[in-house]
Design a protein around this ligand. Sequence first.
Ligand code: SF4
Ligand code: SF4
Length: 420
Amino acid sequence: MATPLQRGIHSFIEQIDAPVATFFTSCVHCGLCADACLFYTETQDPRYTPIHKLAPLRRVWQQEYTFWGRLMSRLGLVKPVTDDELAAWEPLVYDSCTLCGRCSMVCPVGNDIAYMVRKMREGMSAAGHAPEGLVMATTRAIQSGSPAGVKWVTVQAQIKHVQADYGFEVPINRENVDYLVLMSSWEILNYPEYLGAVGRILNRAGATWTLAEDAYEATNSGIQIGVSDLARELVGRIVGAAERLKVKCVISPECGHAYTAIRWEGPNLMGRPFGFEVKHILEVLDDLRRAGKLKLKGTLDTPLTYHDPCQLSRRGGVYEQPRTLLNQLAPQFREMSDNGVMNWCCGGGGGVSAIERAEPLRMAVFKRKKAQIEEVGVKTMVTACANCRVVMEEALEHYHMDVEILGLTELVAAHLDEES
Ligand code: SF4
Ligand code: SF4
């Protein structure tokens, strides 16, 4: 029977596809990716240079896929990757990488380092070197449908509150509707206002929608930990519900990684295109606005800024829609420096927020966002990812900063014209 290390190395070998091989071949060792990575810029620790985080994967590529590497390996002139090395790299591949993709934007030869870190996590998991917090979150997701262990009864309790507060029925398991609404764990546990906001907006727009009892959770910890089989299982539950209910579109909630999982990785994981569309809630809001179905009134006359979730703005291309909405709703909307596709991460994406030991590092790297907020001089920040929101709320508390964070969907709902 193979040891965990052998399983990990085997997985590395499987994960080295043509793009990974090309990226390693073309790296010119310029080091530019370091200055794009929050974990390097805020700590100056050279171990956090993005390409360095991939060193064991690079060694396996050299020894398995290059002529000189194979020759030297056969002659015993290079050392194979060891279990101790993988243990030493675990904090580099998980705790200090949010898969934000900022490094990929600056590489002069176009290496997608975030793509490679995602690949490397597959081998690290197979070798038994995934952080405990992420392993537990993934186990809970498989067992209960949610990485936070949220069960349908919790969602039902939230539904009752929404129905009592807003006076509309939350549809469940309804067929042939326009939208299947998903939520992230954080929205169910920390931000119950999200479901009420989405329901009010869709109802006002005359759209039909539903929740699904067997697919309400969008967070995909299989992708964060780097186990494609688990990621496929979690995406498959959503695809199964969407197809059974024959919905036209699945709405990814305010969660960046959930959007990446279902929108971009989903069809590849399932090995086929979906028979329905997948959109982030901000894309749906913008669609409704363009169709004249999003009726808004009043503005929020407070200076505010927008934090771009990495998976949404940089990796997903959804950066104009929030600005169109904010320019309509908030006359004092101000951009932070380095906004849009070159935003700085909150520091807790890609599963980092689930790793307890990473908390001091998360707080340290938040110094960049802190400086951005102070520079723009606002007390209100809007975002469209519940994970970013939780991570930043904790960090704002840590730094005693008096800044509130709002979800954009909730802000839109607060300005809905329900009378015209
Ligand atoms: S993806 Fe983001 S966090 Fe990860 S190495 Fe690149 S810049 Fe750093
Ligand atoms: S920026 Fe690109 S080429 Fe330069 S060291 Fe990083 S991965 Fe290599």
